[in-house]
Design a protein around this ligand. Structure first.
Ligand code: SF4
Length: 466
């Protein structure tokens, strides 16, 4: 019997906290916008499901290699995962399926061994629903923490993130709400009087190896101060919802937007209203076109944008840096506009310049690898006609040899080469050391000299606009 992993969401969810804590109007703006399905999110859910299954039953992810996880949804309110061999819950429909590959086995095995080490001497709780309604003053608020570990003096919260985008654990609202919820719920089951701090870990197996996972701790006073801020954010959000829904709004539309909408890169990242939010549109256009962020600026948008583009070749470095800062936010906003256009066009909207097409098909693959193998074997094909043999990757060989057979590893390691990383711009908060282009040891200047402003400007596009 396998564990069915089910997720339901409260509007003040822990995973959405960075949004509703920074923008009071977010929840009001999102009303009526359905959740959208993302294959990346489903792949992450499949990995979470596998991790939970292994931790709960004390088995290895290798035992599941080759099996298939089915992600399902029920009326858009709940979603979950089961192994292919298990029936879906009544009324649920399949959304996507994911093979447990060698790669997934490796990542999930790292996560499980990381959690198991942290849990030594403590009590391990997996996929634990925690309620933080009292902490933030709103009824029914809950979230599901991947892992909670109860030690006599500290609580440990571990969150598995399967994406490639690094998520900081420091002062992370999602983790702090899980912490507050754990303290609220678990006090009924455990003696938590001795707990002095909560230690939080975000484990991102695709970005880091197990021993390097960052963690951050805070004491209970700090957590209390955080939940007070969260409570204030909930009150502001409820106020925004109340005025948003009032037929004769105390505020007129524009005033409401100015009072309650606060765009920010992190806060807007997962907001469902991104594609229709006037505050985000204004901010993105202001940043990118160096516009004054005023209503007058927006009224003359066409003129101001064309004017701003004409200035691009002569912009000073500080202005370039100010525009570049908008990159992430702007890219996310354009994607949200695209998603909204796609949904409108799927409902029949037409436009003289845009149409719907079928994208490039995915790579061909065997529907069932085992069946294909059996069929090919029955054809008496030669081994080298059927199979590819390639040397395992350096990462896989390191795993196999470094600890178990260090002498062999010492002979193999010098055979590995690695292309140099491309020179790129990063925020000062990035942990990698900054490089000096004038350092003689770095042959950077030839690379940098290749770029000129001319390379970055598409003159045809500017001509079109002018
Ligand atoms: S897009 Fe950003 S500013 Fe607009 S409602 Fe969402 S979180 Fe608020």
């Amino acid at each position: 019997m396998t564990t069915e992993r089910v997720a339901q969401h409260h509007r003040y969810s822990a995973s959405g906290a960075v949004g509703w804590m920074t923008c009071a109007g977010k929840i009001a703006m999102e009303v009526g916008i359905p959740d959208t399905y993302s294959p990346y999110a489903d792949e992450g859910s499949a990995a979470h499901f596998l991790g939970a299954e292994c931790l709960q039953k004390g088995v290895s992810p290798r035992d599941f290699h080759g099996r298939t996880v089915v992600c399902w949804e029920k009326r858009g309110e709940r979603d979950g995962q089961v192994f292919e061999s298990e029936p879906l819950p009544e009324g649920a429909k399949e959304r996507s399926r994911w093979k447990v590959t060698q790669e997934m086995v490796g990542y999930v095995a790292n996560y499980c061994s990381y959690v198991t080490k942290l849990a030594k001497g403590g009590e391990l709780l997996v996929e634990q629903r925690v309620h933080f309604s009292r902490a933030i003053g709103v009824e029914g608020a809950f979230g599901t923490s991947d892992t909670i570990i109860v030690h006599p003096k500290k609580l440990i919260i571990v969150d598995l993130k399967y994406g490639f985008k690094e998520v900081s654990v420091v002062k992370n609202p999602q983790m702090m709400l899980y912490s507050a919820g754990s303290l609220e719920d678990l006090s009924m089951l455990y003696d938590l009087d001795g707990i002095e701090e909560v230690e939080m870990h975000i484990f991102q197996p695709r970005l880091q190896s197990a021993p390097d996972s960052p963690d951050w701790s805070c004491n209970l006073k700090y957590l209390e101060a955080f939940t007070k801020d969260a409570k204030v954010a909930v009150e502001r959000s409820e106020e925004a919802i109340a005025f948003f829904n009032t037929p004769n709004m105390l505020y007129d539309q524009k005033e409401w937007e100015e009072t309650y909408l606060t765009p920010s890169e992190k806060g807007c990242q997962w907001c469902k209203a991104k594609g229709k939010c006037p505050a985000l549109a204004k901010e993105c256009l202001s940043d990118i076109a160096v516009l004054p962020a005023t209503a007058e600026g927006l009224a003359n948008l066409d003129e101001v944008v064309v004017d701003a583009i004409a200035q691009i070749p002569t912009l000073d470095f500080d202005t370039l840096a100010a525009i570049y800062k908008a990159k992430g936010k702007f890219e996310d906003w354009i994607k949200a506009i695209e998603a909204r256009m796609l949904s409108d066009m799927l409902e029949g909207q037409k436009h003289p310049e845009w149409k719907l097409i079928k994208g490039r098909q995915g790579n061909r693959k065997w529907q069932d690898e085992e069946e294909a193998e059996l069929t090919l074997k029955s054809m008496r094909l030669k081994l080298d006609e059927m199979y590819d043999k390639s040397v395992k990757s350096p990462t896989e060989m390191e795993k196999a040899l470094k600890k178990a057979r260090p002498k062999l590893w010492a002979k193999v390691e010098p055979l590995i080469s690695r292309a140099d990383g491309k020179t790129q711009i990063a925020p000062m908060s990035d942990k990698r050391p900054s490089i000096n282009p004038h350092d003689d040891d770095l042959a950077l200047l030839p690379e940098l000299a290749k770029f000129t402003v001319e390379d970055l400007i598409d003159h045809d596009e500017i001509d079109d606009l002018l």
